[in-house]
Write a protein that binds this ligand. Structure first.
Ligand SMILES: Cc1cc2nc3c(=O)[nH]c(=O)nc-3n(C[C@H](O)[C@H](O)[C@H](O)COP(=O)(O)OP(=O)(O)OC[C@H]3O[C@@H](n4cnc5c(N)ncnc54)[C@H](O)[C@@H]3O)c2cc1C
Length: 214
């Protein structure tokens, strides 16, 4: 298994909006528009200058960035899922080891390979024990106790842009778990590509080629 992320959804403008009255075409317009209301109608006549979003961020004003929301699919190990759910302002839904039967899984798809043959052998042995328990009639919610931290988790995580910015600053840092850094850099790549003015000040610590699990 390799860590993997995808941008599933993000804030869209009401397609029926009267744009002669509300000149909004995408989420970055919405952020700019919301922030400009601080300064009243005169500022709204200057719509279309998204550079102001980074100026607000640079001066510590981020509440308008909360108007954007993004939902990300994440595939990672149980190590990283355990860490990422600590971000309390985000919303989560994740695959349940209580309901899903993993006995047909191939070890290379089911475990993060940290490059230590001894570790993968231990994971394979754990999966074999899991399979024996399931074959013996044990419930999935009980058999799962033998699964290791390297076990694959798939989840959907949603947060507003301000919270994503907070998460990315913490989790892209070189002090974060190496796999977490990969996940966070992947999320940043996706968000930066779509919403540059909301994420361009958050600088990657790792080049794309350096993003290995260890
Ligand atoms: C490198 C690294 C190492 C870590 N190591 C450990 C560890 O060893 N052990 C451990 O237990 N955790 C560890 N953590 C997790 C860490 O303690 C936080 O739980 C996690 O980063 C979430 O941070 P947060 O509370 O800022 O974020 P979020 O939950 O994303 O909240 C965002 C912000 O909202 C505000 N906020 C949210 N909830 C409240 C609240 N109830 N009251 C007031 N303000 C609130 C705060 O300003 C907060 O910063 C580690 C995190 C990192 C990045």
């Amino acid at each position: 298994m390799i860590p993997y992320v995808e941008l599933l959804a993000y804030t869209q403008i009401n397609p029926d909006l009267d744009t002669t009255k509300f000149p909004l075409y995408d989420v970055l317009d919405l952020i700019e528009y919301s922030g400009r209301w601080d300064y009243g109608p005169k500022s709204l006549t200057k719509m279309g200058n998204r550079g102001i979003i980074q100026r607000w961020i640079g001066s510590g004003e981020e509440s308008m960035v909360e108007m954007g929301h993004a939902v990300i699919f994440i595939q990672c190990s149980r190590v990283v899922s355990h860490e990422i759910v600590r971000h309390r302002l985000a919303s989560f839904q994740q695959e349940s080891q209580r309901y899903v039967d993993y006995s047909a899984e191939a070890p290379e798809d089911f475990f993060l390979d940290i490059g230590e043959p001894e570790a993968m052998a231990s994971n394979v042995a754990a999966l074999e024990t899991y399979n024996r328990l399931i074959a013996g009639g044990e419930k999935k919610q009980i058999a799962r106790y033998v699964l290791p931290n390297a076990t694959r988790v798939r989840m959907v995580m949603g947060a507003n842009f301000r919270e994503w910015r907070h998460i990315l600053k913490l989790r892209m840092h070189t002090s974060a778990q190496p796999e977490m850094q990969i996940v966070a850099h992947g999320i940043h790549d996706k968000l930066l590509a779509k919403f540059p003015e909301a994420f361009e000040d958050i600088k990657p610590y790792l080049e794309a080629g350096e993003r290995a699990v260890r």
